[in-house]
Write a protein that binds this ligand. Structure first.
Ligand code: AMP
Length: 192
């Protein structure tokens, strides 16, 4: 099994790259952002609970996202692997993900971290907001998402660095070039 975390700040291109990666490697794609947006659209209990936090650019509680992930991992144990996008976003989530991986005798093979300077990201997200229809792609929420990222999500990098799983990837450039770099890393890992 090939279990990959695609890591990176908001707007780094995780969603775009994931679409191609999941196809190429036949992975079960788990984007907590997408799942939470589905919950909001379906107006489920979870959806109602997270709506305000998400629209303001805050982070949803660790318990909610971890229980979603646990359910999806449990339901897809026969998969060729998992591609996590936008999860984990706190050190606690990373620790709890290790717990889930242990529970199902799985492990994270690589954490690929897309690196893009913040100025580029903010412009990209303002552009995206013109067509995305996302309630959190407005300037105030975007700013708040970066505060959350810098305070709570960045420390996750050190967590995986310690585990020896972290690989930085230059996320500036053409989508297809970045995709090629990601595939190159994944192919190296899967040969190990
Ligand atoms: P994304 O689509 O990954 O940018 O996520 C959109 C929003 O969903 C984030 O700004 C958070 O409010 C929420 N969210 C997504 N994933 C997580 C997570 N792992 N932990 C907490 N909140 C999350």
């Amino acid at each position: 099994m090939l279990n990959i975390i695609l890591f990176g700040p908001p707007g780094a291109g995780k969603g775009t790259q994931s679409q191609q990666l999941k196809e190429k490697y036949n992975l079960t794609y788990l984007s907590t952002g997408d799942i939470l947006r589905e919950e909001m659209a379906a107006e489920t209990e979870i959806g109602k609970k997270v709506k305000d936090i998400i629209s303001k650019g805050g982070l949803v509680s660790d318990e909610i996202v971890v229980s979603i992930i646990r359910g999806r991992v449990e339901a897809n144990q026969k998969s060729a692997g998992f591609l996590f996008d936008g999860f984990p976003r706190t050190v606690r989530q990373a620790e709890m993900l290790d717990g889930i991986m242990n529970e199902f005798s799985l492990k994270i093979n690589a954490v690929l971290s897309l690196e893009v300077p913040e100025e580029i990201l903010i412009n990209r997200m303002i552009e995206r907001g013109k067509t995305s229809g996302r309630a959190d792609d407005n300037i105030d929420s975007i700013k708040h998402r970066f505060v959350e990222y810098n305070e709570k999500t960045k420390p996750v990098l050190a967590y995986y660095e310690k585990q020896g799983n972290l690989k930085g990837i230059d996320g500036v450039g053409k989508v297809e070039d970045i995709f090629a770099t990601l595939c190159n890393e994944i192919d190296k890992i899967s040969k190990k």
